[in-house]
Design a protein around this ligand. Sequence first.
Ligand SMILES: *Cc1c(COP(=O)(O)O)cnc(C)c1O
Length: 384
Amino acid sequence: MSKQKLHFNSKTIHGGQQPDEAYGAVMPPIYQTSTYAQTTPGGHKGYEYSRSANPTRTALERSLASIENGTYGLAFASGLSAIDAVVKLLEPGDEVISTNDLYGGSYRLFRQVFEKFGIQFHFTGLQDLDVLESKITSKTKLIWVETPTNPMMNVVDISGVSELAKKNNILLAVDNTFATPYIQRPLDLGADIVMHSATKYLGGHSDVVVGALIVNDKKLAEQLYFIQNASGAVCGPMDSFLVLRGIKTLHVRMQRHCENGKEIAQYLKAHPKIEKVYWPGFEDHPNHEIAKKQMSDYGGMISFIPKGANYKDAIRIVEQLKVFTLAESLGGVESLAGHPASMTHASIPKEEREKSGVVDSLIRLSVGIEDARDLIADLEQALE
Ligand SMILES: *Cc1c(COP(=O)(O)O)cnc(C)c1O
């Protein structure tokens, strides 16, 4: 049976992988080397310098391509350096359309680094395809989608956006960090580029910072590889190994993240002290129909607003949590809680942030894979 034909839960373990040729090692060795011996100038075994390529990174890149149903994978030093490489496909004068509750770091990169090079960014609610269409001009070269969005859990119709992008000859990139390919596979839905902060669910253990791009088109892969090698933000061999190890249990972890996420979302929704819960699995979530269509489950990311709370109350609640750790980031085995207004989204101006719903009292949870009863008991004591 061809390994490319495997089901997802086998691809996480075997996709793009073979035992090491030298000694048959089942896990790819950590090739902690910068350079490779040549027999004659240019006479090498496919590797000459580790910025250009490294065998451990190659093993990770093949795994990434496999789990996203793509052809080419590229592993970067961080999620943001992967996004940076995509924007470098553009030229001064080009325009980008993206969602208005974008990950704060992506927003900062777009506005504070790339705008000064003459690239323009427009932010809008991509849930409404008519609004998106009205923003497209002849200069639009890239649509940058996050779905579900961070932290408001809006869901964007990837197929719908892809139709508009194709009709107007625009590249479509999807940040798939929140959903992971366990839940949704954007290339199958018409995206050109899938991006990951592998720091989150793919790595899964909060022990590494890594980014990824996955594409199907050969020419696009070559352009991105050129930028990656020219700019140099590559994923190191040790980090490649750690993410590969993480991916092997992705499906098992995600199943539990989703189960726990559902339990906690329902618990919060029924809680008298809670005003609002954002989670795409609720039938009354404004984009639930799209979510049901393009996602196979709803993940472990939840945001909520306690009743009558202000900035200080929200901070007091996250400080009271004991099983949930107060920390940036998400997607690890341990549950984390965060306060977007002062943490992940502090780099977005208050006015801008509140327009998209990231109010001062919003709390975001990354539900881990602990026993859900302990997580609920922890929330219960903190809400008191
Ligand atoms: C964390 C994150 C990023 C940035 O990735 P890093 O690995 O921290 O550079 C981008 N998008 C989303 C949705 C994220 O959560």
